[in-house]
Design a protein around this ligand. Structure first.
Ligand code: GDP
Ligand code: IMO
Ligand code: MG
Length: 430
């Protein structure tokens, strides 16, 4: 019986999960997404080509590997169809090696409308959602009113769809939302709905399965399974800076319910962190930099959302938050990305603790959103040379190695590898 290894983001998303999963895929037989949906944007680069995946696991470019969209994931058929088309353009036929759980829930066009309506109703307290309908679709799942992929095959699907849509329209109306004026990718709700309904046919071409049986059979057969997280632990519905979070369990526990495996079936947990920190959307970010250094991190790191194009907020690495994520996730191995972004920095800083109302702590307070947090910063000398071309971990500059050692010491987790460029080939295993 083999186990499911997990790879997930330890910060506020965009740590480089797509790249790392792509790098690790040759070691696995199955790559499975367990939560989130098209709010994710996972970037892969190789052979001079760049590709952003949304709902499809990042193992898809390895055509001999099975990719699974698990029951915990949300699928928006129209976005999914576009993803499939983009893969086809690159010569990838995903119908052969992509399996989809019948229990995965669907994002309706009206869920996306409700996402916009909810954000509008929040006024100044907006979450900064990617507006892909994530919150409303998970709301319906929990309220037991959602529609699932397997329902597409039922003869009364259209009636159930209409019923749910009417409920959504009523809610939007109650929120005084301008339904007529609403545009989805430049289209009215009705026009978009037509495209969405026809995209269902694309979805039906795939192998729709009871993925919990499939995954567990794979484990019994000794196959190696990698679970690919979306978002990051600090955006988790329970442990993130609520309500500035996404609506799913982004931590390791989410793998069990999102794929249908037992906790005892979890193997290694690989956690990814950038060598600094970013966040897109609203919510607390104790180490955020509003100065020239923050702007440099954004510019040199190309920190713009892969889904929305929004500039990401940037700051120093946050050890209290990282330790918290390592604790929640049971991280066994750390993967550090993007130190190359700071190649030219005179100094690099690390937040080792928080000062809240004059008291130092390394715990994230319940009042995370409402108290002023002053980061306690430790300074490290910069390495001031390009990392490009480095072949081995041991060839990394001494100054960077000291910085990485400090990350290991403060989290108590060893670093398994460092990534030094967006490209698949630039990963240095320790
Ligand atoms: P994900 O959502 O965690 O998969 O991450 P994203 O793809 O949204 O954002 C990570 C960005 O950083 C992408 O543009 C990647 O191509 C890029 N990237 C990943 N690893 C590295 C790295 O080690 N160095 C640099 N400079 N860029 C990287
Ligand atoms: P990947 O998988 C970064 C953020 C949004 C917003 C909040 C809620 O690429 O790392 P939602 O659309 O889920 O209702 O948005 O969560 N967010 C992400 N930030 N990376 C992501 O995914 C994200 N997915 C959602 O910006 O603040
Ligand atoms: Mg991303």
């Amino acid at each position: 019986m083999s186990k499911v290894d997990v790879l997930l983001g330890l910060q506020w998303g965009d740590e480089g999960k797509g790249k790392v999963v792509d790098v690790l895929t040759p070691n696995y037989d199955v790559i499975a997404r367990f939560q989130g949906g098209p709010n994710a944007g996972h970037t892969l680069e190789f052979n001079g080509m760049k590709h952003v995946l949304r709902t499809i696991p990042s193992g898809i470019f390895h055509q001999d590997k099975i990719n699974v969209i698990g029951n915990g994931v949300l699928i928006e058929p129209r976005i999914f169809e576009q993803e499939i088309a983009a893969l086809e353009e690159k010569g990838v036929d995903a119908t052969r090696n992509l399996y989809i759980s019948k229990k995965a829930h669907l994002i309706l066009p009206s869920h996306r409308m409700l996402d916009a309506a909810n954000e509008q109703a929040k006024g100044n307290a907006k979450i900064g959602s990617t507006l892909k309908g994530i919150g409303p679709a998970y709301t319906d799942k929990i309220a037991r009113t959602g529609l699932r992929v397997g329902d597409l095959l039922a003869s009364d699907f259209k009636e159930r769809y209409e019923l749910l849509k009417v409920q959504h329209l009523q809610t939007a109306h109650t929120l005084r939302f301008d339904i007529e004026g609403f545009r989805l990718e430049g289209m009215t709700l009705e026009a978009y709905e037509q495209q969405w309904l026809s995209a269902i046919e694309t979805l039906k071409r795939f192998r729709l399965i009871n993925s919990e049986y499939f995954i567990n059979q794979c484990l019994r057969d000794g196959k190696k399974v990698l679970a690919e997280g979306a978002q990051g632990s600090m955006l988790d519905i329970d442990f993130g800076s609520y309500p500035f979070v996404t609506s799913s369990s982004t931590v390791t526990a989410g793998v069990c319910s999102g794929l249908g495996i037992a906790p005892s079936a979890i193997g290694r947990v690989m956690g990814i962190t950038k060598a600094y920190c970013t966040r897109v959307g609203a919510g607390p970010f104790p180490t955020e930099l509003f100065d020239e250094t923050g702007r440099r991190l954004c510019e040199l790191g190309h920190e713009f959302g892969s889904v929305t194009g929004r500039p990401r907020r940037c700051g120093w690495i946050d050890i209290p938050a990282l330790r918290y994520a390592c604790m929640l996730d049971g991280v066994t191995d750390l993967f550090v990305t993007k130190p190359d972004v700071m190649d030219e920095f005179e100094e690099v800083k690390m937040c080792t603790a928080y000062t809240i109302e004059g008291k130092e702590t390394d715990e994230l307070p319940f009042e995370f959103n409402n108290v002023h947090i002053e980061p306690v910063l430790r300074s490290f000398p910069g390495w001031k040379k390009p990392l490009a071309g480095t072949q081995r971990y041991t060839d990394l500059p001494e100054a960077l190695r000291s910085y990485l050692d400090a990350i290991e010491q403060s989290t108590g987790v060893h670093i398994m590898a460092v990534s030094i460029s967006p490209d698949r080939k630039d990963v240095l295993f320790k």
